[in-house]
Design a protein around this ligand. Structure first.
Ligand code: GDP
Length: 440
C-alpha cells in the first residue's frame, strides 16, 4: 500500500534530518519535494498545494516553541495534516432505524458486491446485527448470482427477484422481506455501469428517493486515482451520499484517492477494502492511514485483526495440548489457517513499523504457507498427531507426495520442533519469567 509515496515522502523529510534547525530555505525545499511526491501519487493539484502551504506555515510557526529536531517536527506536522486532510476522526455508520437501510452505489467493477458481503459479515460479527443482502441489479443475472454466492459464504440471507425489472420495487420488497425475517440491517447492492451515465444516475437516484436509506455509501476503486475523485463528485451531486468506501487498497495504489477524496466531496471515508476475501475490510482511521503513508506501520490495526480472528475456545484446546505434549501438525495447520484469514502477507507485514520500507521490491508470495500445507496434507492422521513416528521412509513418502525435497520435510520438522519447545516454555514458569522481563 502506498509504497512509492511513502518512499518519496521519507526521502523528502529525511533531507531535513541533517539540519540543526528549520529555516525558510530548507522548509521550502522540503515542501517542494513533498508536493512532488503527492502529485506523483495522483493527489489533486489544488489539495497538494494547500497541503504544503499549511505544513510550511505550521513548521515555521512552531519552530521556536519545541525541542523536537527539525526532521521529527516536520514528520509530526505532516502526519497531523495528513490525518486532518483524510477526515480527522473515524466516521461511524448510521445504524438507526429498524431495519437500518444501507444503499450501495458506485461504478461496475468498483467492488460494490464484494463490499456488500464484507459489510454484512462485519456487522454479523457484532452479534447484535442480523443483516439481509438485497440484489437490485436488474441487468446482469451474474451480479445476482454473485451476491447469492457471497451470502452463502458468510451465512447471510439474500433477497432477489429475478423476473422483476424494476429496481425500486425490488429494493422496497427487500426491506419488507427484512422485516418478515427479523433482520435489523438491509444492505442494497445496486447496478453500476462502466462509466457515469444519466440512466444509472436516474435509477440510483430513484431508489434513493423511494427508500430513504439511513446510509448511502459510495464505493470506489482506489487504483483509479483522480478518476475516483471525479466519479465521487458526480455521484455526490446526485445522491449527497454519507460516506465513501475505498476498495483495492491492497494493490499497487498510489494513494491519491485516499488523500484527496474527503476534501473534494466533504464526505468521510468510512471503510477500506484490502483484498478479495470477506474478512478484508477495515474501518478507516485517518491517523492510522497517515502512519501507513509515512511508513510508520499500523500496529493497532494489526492487533485488532489478530483479535478478530482469535478463537478463544480453540486457543484453550491448543494450550491443553501443549501442556500434555500433544501439540501436533493438525494444530499447526489450524494456526496457519488463522493467520491466513488475517489478510495477505505483504499487507500484514507492512503494518509492522519499518517493515514496509524493508520489504520494498521484495516479492512475498501471498500463499507463503502453501508448501508447508502440502507437506502436512501428505501426512497420515497418525503422523500428524505423533510427528515422532516420522522415520526416513515416511519422510520420503511425504516429500514425494507434496512435491518437495527431503530437506524441506526435515526443515519443517525442525521448525515444528522448535515451535513446540518454545510454546511449552511460554506456558511454564520460564514463560512467566520471560513475560515479567518483557514488562519491566
Ligand atoms: P461490482 O461490480 O462493483 O459489484 O464489483 P465486484 O464486487 O464484483 O468486484 C470487482 C472485482 O474486484 C472482483 O474481482 C473482486 O474480487 C475485486 N475486489 C473487490 N474488492 C476488492 C479489494 O478490496 N481488493 C482486491 N484486490 N480486489 C477486490
Amino acid at each position: 500500500m502506498f509504497d512509492n509515496l511513502s518512499d518519496k515522502l521519507d526521502k523528502a523529510l529525511h533531507n531535513l534530518k541533517g539540519h540543526g534547525k528549520i529555516t525558510e530555505i530548507n522548509v521550502a525545499e522540503t515542501m517542494k519535494e513533498v508536493r512532488r511526491a503527492l502529485l506523483d501519487a495522483d493527489v489533486n493539484f489544488k489539495i497538494a498545494k494547500e497541503f504544503t502551504n499549511t505544513v510550511r506555515e505550521k513548521a515555521l510557526g512552531q519552530n521556536v516553541l519545541t525541542n523536537l529536531k527539525p526532521g521529527q517536527l516536520m514528520v509530526k506536522i505532516v502526519k497531523d495534516e495528513l490525518t486532518e486532510l483524510m477526515g480527522g476522526d473515524a466516521a461511524e455508520l448510521n445504524l438507526t432505524g429498524n431495519p437500518s437501510v444501507i444503499l450501495m452505489s458506485g461504478l461496475q467493477g468498483s467492488g460494490k458486491t464484494t463490499f456488500s458481503g464484507k459489510l454484512a459479515n462485519f456487522l454479523l460479527k457484532k452479534k447484535t446485527k442480523k443483516p439481509l443482502l438485497v440484489a437490485c441489479d436488474v441487468y446482469r443475472p451474474a451480479a445476482i448470482d454473485q451476491l447469492h454466492i457471497v451470502g452463502e459464504q458468510i451465512g447471510v440471507e439474500v433477497y432477489s427477484d429475478r423476473g422483476n425489472t424494476n429496481p425500486v420495487a425490488i429494493a422496497k420488497d427487500g426491506i419488507k422481506k427484512a422485516k418478515e425475517l427479523g433482520c435489523n440491517v438491509v444492505i442494497i447492492d445496486t447496478a453500476g455501469r462502466l462509466a457515469v451515465d444519466e440512466q444509472m444516475m436516474d435509477e440510483i437516484s430513484n431508489i434513493h428517493k423511494a427508500i430513504e436509506p439511513q446510509e448511502t455509501l459510495f464505493v470506489v476503486d482506489s487504483m483509479t486515482g483522480q478518476d475516483a475523485v471525479n466519479t465521487a463528485k458526480a455521484f455526490n451531486d446526485v445522491l449527497n451520499f454519507d460516506g465513501v468506501i475505498l476498495t483495492k487498497l491492497d494493490g499497487d495504489t498510489r494513494g491519491g484517492a485516499a488523500i484527496s477524496i474527503k476534501s473534494v466531496v466533504n464526505k468521510p471515508i468510512k471503510f477500506i477494502g484490502t483484498g478479495e476475501k470477506m474478512e478484508a475490510i477495515d474501518v478507516f482511521y485517518p491517523s492510522r492511514m497517515a502512519d501507513r503513508i509515512l511508513g510508520m506501520g499500523d500496529v493497532v490495526s494489526l492487533v485488532e485483526r489478530a483479535q478478530e480472528q482469535f478463537d478463544e475456545e480453540q486457543a484453550r484446546k491448543i494450550q491443553k495440548k501443549i501442556a500434555k505434549n500433544r501439540f501436533g501438525f493438525d494444530d499447526f495447520l489450524s494456526q496457519i489457517h488463522q493467520i491466513k484469514k488475517m489478510g495477505n502477507m505483504k499487507d500484514l507485514m507492512g503494518m509492522i513499523p519499518g517493515m514496509g520500507k524493508a520489504l520494498k521490491g521484495i516479492e512475498i508470495d501471498d500463499d507463503a504457507f502453501k508448501h508447508i500445507e502440502a507437506m502436512i496434507y501428505s501426512m497420515t492422521p497418525q503422523e500428524r498427531s505423533n510427528p515422532s513416528m516420522l522415520n526416513s521412509s515416511r519422510k520420503k513418502r511425504i516429500a514425494t507426495g507434496s512435491g518437495r525435497s527431503i530437506q524441506d520435510v526435515n526443515q519443517l520438522l525442525k521448525q515444528f520442533d522448535q515451535m513446540s519447545k518454545m510454546m511449552k516454555m511460554m506456558q511454564g514458569s520460564k514463560g512467566k519469567q520471560m513475560m515479567q522481563m518483557m514488562q519491566n
